[in-house]
Design a binder for this molecule. Structure first.
Ligand code: FE
Length: 219
């Protein structure tokens, strides 16, 4: 079987908010699904064992989901998705609100948010699938939810290495690589025939992960 066939599955882009030891934290996932429409409903989230958020969910049994919209900046995904909450206050430059439970929800043009209480989990070698009841959330949805395809094709982003959908080589293989530069941190591909990479200002930053030009390599 060609494992690339799994890339035909559809995903969204979500922030998972957790109660940190010192301060609230959040990470990006693309795998959130509704499992039941019972009252309360149950959702499932897949998360890598190495993620700080995984550790915090195991510890506290509670997390939030913020659903990104097509108007959510790629820089927000970069701030939450390509660092570890162990090393940085990832929410420092991200507008958010901390719920009474100590869990943050993201306020960067998100469609909606909901608060989840873990009721079960299933283990794989690399990821835990958390099952959780939705115990509170937004009253309405604003904007168009961001699909992973939109993130990939319009924002030119790729999955962080711990995402279940991560691909070692994000190249589509169908376009010429001439003049294309790839961010070695997040996989973003710069390709603008009107403005070659070499002519970008020295203080230009990757629009997805915020890293400088020096981390880019020619494809
Ligand atoms: Fe980047």
């Amino acid at each position: 079987m060609d494992s690339n066939i799994l890339a035909s599955l559809s995903y969204g882009v979500y922030a998972i908010g957790v109660k940190g030891e010192q301060e609230p934290s959040a990470c990006i996932v693309n795998t959130v699904i509704q499992v039941t429409n019972t009252n309360p409903p149950i959702i499932a989230v897949s998360m890598h064992h190495d993620n700080y958020s995984h550790e915090r969910i195991r510890e506290t049994g509670i997390f939030s989901v913020s659903v990104f919209s097509e108007d959510t900046s790629g820089a927000v995904i970069g701030a939450l998705g390509f660092n570890s909450g162990r090393d940085a206050n990832k929410l420092k430059n991200v507008r958010h609100r901390v719920l009474a439970e100590g869990v943050p929800v993201i306020k960067e043009n998100c469609c909606c948010w909901f608060l989840c209480k873990v009721v079960g989990s299933a283990e794989t070698a690399t990821h835990t699938v958390f099952l959780a009841e939705v115990v509170a959330g937004s009253e309405k949805v604003t904007g168009v939810p961001m699909s992973y395809t939109y993130y990939h094709e319009v924002l030119k982003g790729s999955a962080p290495k711990n995402a279940p959908t991560h691909r070692a080589n994000p190249s589509s293989g169908s376009q010429s690589d001439a003049g294309r530069f790839i961010c070695t941190v997040c996989g973003y591909i710069y390709s603008d025939p009107d403005l070659p990479f070499e002519e970008l200002p020295e203080d230009w930053l990757c629009p997805i992960c915020g890293m400088p030009k020096s981390v880019f390599v020619r494809k």
